[in-house]
Design a protein around this ligand. Sequence first.
Ligand SMILES: C[S@@+](CC[C@H](N)C(=O)[O-])C[C@H]1O[C@@H](n2cnc3c(N)ncnc32)[C@H](O)[C@@H]1O
Length: 244
Amino acid sequence: MIPRYFVVAESAHELQNPTSKEKILEAGSLLGLGPDSRVLDVASGRGGPALFLASAYGCAIEGVEISPDFHGVADARIAAAGLANRVSFKLADASKETFAPEAYDVALCLGASFVWGGLSGTLDALDPVVRPGGHIVVGEPYWRSLPLPEDYEDRSLPFTTLEGTVDIIESGGLAVVSMLDSSLDDWDRYETQHWDALERWLAATPEHPDAGEIRARYEREKRNYLRHQRELLGWAIFVGRKQG
Ligand SMILES: C[S@@+](CC[C@H](N)C(=O)[O-])C[C@H]1O[C@@H](n2cnc3c(N)ncnc32)[C@H](O)[C@@H]1O
């Protein structure tokens, strides 16, 4: 189960990653998505990527999401957009799901490689479900420079450099054919939406039993973003092509 902190902090995000609608649509265009395309979206969250891609390209998308709060929002957004005939979401732990072999043109995992213990495990899990010549698309953090400062908030995060990230993807037999890197504007939008949602929640529910813990984490993460993360942490959408 994901921590309550994220359910509060991401209660208003359109996209739960430091990226933009334009970059999601650009990825869809690079992938050549169309009405005949079948897409698996692992950790589909509040449904933002599926909503944008199905609206623009008419593709069929199946999402899997573990958080009931996010799953509920995703369902409602898709129904409101009149896309329920193209997009469906399953409330489940993706790591425990069995997906039909070579059933998808594209498998997406944006910001959730921890589902299979990291990037390599995620690529191993998704490779069999994508048809030959199809694509695996991962949204993944990377360090812009190493080593990290001593006072970085969490020095144990399992990320590597940009070059190292592409090496991991290609060592699994995929060719990285595109990369959509997040801008500082993307990062600031994503991070400050956390601040806004958390401030609103703390102001509305000051006596909530989780309020103290959530405020402490919010303040630590905000400080770390301003001091280090904004400069040191990158994030990109990597498009990997499976051999045909
Ligand atoms: C960073 S968010 C990304 C959401 C979405 N992909 C997007 O780009 O807007 C990560 C998502 O992974 C979900 N998640 C975490 N563990 C999961 C699991 N084992 N199975 C399915 N979803 C999971 C979280 O609930 C959260 O919605």
